[in-house]
Design a protein around this ligand. Structure first.
Ligand SMILES: C[S@@+](CC[C@H](N)C(=O)[O-])C[C@H]1O[C@@H](n2cnc3c(N)ncnc32)[C@H](O)[C@@H]1O
Length: 159
């Protein structure tokens, strides 16, 4: 598979995964959490699909496309550990988290996912979903939409 095809597969998985999760959480109350603003592409898709939900965003830098800057009161700029702790202090209740942190170095990315999982879990409402590029721990892994190859994108339900 060429890198271009691999990129298409990743983008399709992100779109299908977010769409599926947005529909699945529809009956539940709670906010959305974007972990990794980056260029703002997935944030833009989340806000398009979930226009009535508050979307919290964490990133150590604010450098998205100018059209994708989150409202200041919903953007937590800093290291994930400290920002997740701040959200917990504020009593945030998350029904859908999209985990898109990563250095592109598999071992480091897996270790970071494992380290941050226990900080994400207490924010989640029961039955809430975490959609992730990286493996996480402490959640029930569930099947996502049929269009996504298993393990291309990961889907978890909060206990
Ligand atoms: C792959 S990019 C996110 C791409 C984005 N979701 C998009 O669609 O454009 C990962 C982002 O996560 C941020 N990041 C990675 N690890 C982080 C950490 N531990 N704390 C805060 N931000 C982090 C990086 O600064 C980067 O902007």
């Amino acid at each position: 598979m060429s890198r271009l095809e691999s990129m298409r597969r990743r983008l399709t998985a992100q779109i299908d995964g977010i769409n599926w999760a947005a529909e699945t959480i529809a009956p539940l109350n709670g906010d959305v959490l974007e972990l990794g603003l980056g260029n703002g592409r997935t944030y833009d898709h989340l806000r398009d699909r979930l226009p009535n939900r508050r979307i919290w965003v964490i990133d150590r830098i604010l450098q998205p496309h100018p059209s994708c800057i989150p409202p200041a009161e919903c953007f937590l700029q800093g290291e994930a550990d400290a920002m997740l702790a701040r959200l917990a202090d504020q009593g945030a209740r998350i029904v859908l988290a999209h985990y898109d942190f990563g250095f592109g170095v598999k071992d480091k990315d897996v270790a970071e996912g494992a380290r941050l999982s226990p900080l994400i879990a207490p924010l989640m409402v029961p039955g809430g979903l975490v959609v992730s590029q990286q493996p996480l721990i402490g959640f029930e892994q569930i099947a996502g939409p049929d269009t996504i190859a298993p393990d291309r994108y990961l889907f978890y339900r909060a206990p």
